[in-house]
Unconditional design. Sequence first.
Length: 471
Amino acid sequence: MTGSESTGIGRRSLLAAGLLTGAAGLVGCTPTGSEPSGAAAAPVPDVATLLGLDRFVVAHRGSGDNWPEHTLAAYRAALTAGAQAVEISVRATADGQLVCHHDADLVRTCGVKARVADTAFADLPPVNARRWLGPATRIEPISTLAEVLAALPPDTLAFVEDKDGTNTGALLDLLDAQPRATDRFVWKQWAPAEQAARARSRGYRTWGYLGNDELDRMSEVAEGFDCLGVQVEASDDDLRAATRFDRPVMAWAVHTRSQAARLAALGIAGLMCSNVPYVVGPPRPATIDGFDTGHRSAGDLPRGAGDLWQRQPRLVDDALRFTGESSSSYLLGSLAPLPERCTISVRLGWPGQPSGTVGLAFGLPDDADYDPTSSGNAGGAHRLGLNERDRLAVWDHSAGRTPARVWFPGTTVAPTNGSAMLQLWLDDRTWTARLGDGLELTFPRLHLGSYLWAWAERPGSGASISELRIG
């Protein structure tokens, strides 16, 4: 291995340190900070029944918005949280072990510049998802597929893919050795590839997927699969078209409730979901932020969550901290839906030199991506923020319009130690904001939606949101 090897921790090191538990030791164990809700759907006995349902949920990478992706702990937690099946990507190591891992290399998930195919199984570093999920997230080992199948309940359903495309025979042999294999496993692959025929010859059902720029090939490949796959970003017309081949369609990767609702309205039965505890089952909104846990709460996501592990605010010092010279926003779905009449209190500020503006947007109708600077948002919002000159700004961000802003001087409520408390009172007609113990303003309530976002513009070295409470 090369590059950042010095930051990696090998499998042997974990064993020596007693940090790598066996399958029995992981029973009932989930990563710190985001425990599954237990909103499990009714058990599904086999994949034929699953694919016949009007709606079914498969945990994308083991629900990677919540737990370290493609780890045994993630698969277990996702099933407990309500997924009816898990998706498992498989690659081969240098010594021929079939392991659960999506990427060809170990850079994103493990921080090591090496390829899975060039690394012996015993030398694989663990999955470190702290950059994506928060600093308290547990570091988890990469497991072999055999280990995972032995540890999961014997009735677990799974969509399994040979990501290398060169391990088909070995992978099918391993699946064949499992109890009720053809009842439990679906062969997953890029639709134009040829391996599906071998899986079908052994009695497995198949799921073939196409990217958005390949959907014109759906008619040529559909006949060869039991289930078709499309990206959640596909247009409404393309999603409807995919349902015309008399077989179920599953879309990936579903991160939000609004995406799930859109897919249901368009006749898409399957959700390959990265955010199972949040999307599946009835909402259970929290009343206190989870920033102090050091692990991102289910439902909290940076804008553009489909771009996995991209830059996002950090969980640090019991706060959500934005940095950089552009604008960014962060869904606080764990607190939604908000009651129509409620109070919101939050501390806004800067741990260092004040820079830019930081605040909240509320009243959004759903959890679709919200860009605080764009006129292209589908739903309206009230937005307010505190800038480095201790001035409060309020925007009416109506759908399809550039946000209209009004500044209010905040000289009488200068932040203490670089921060100030903001309190909001919402009802169905008005909303009132109070900054610190001074400035208090009341506005008409134009947007009655129940979703909330944090945002910052040019926060520089750091602007924080903390002590967020809903009452």
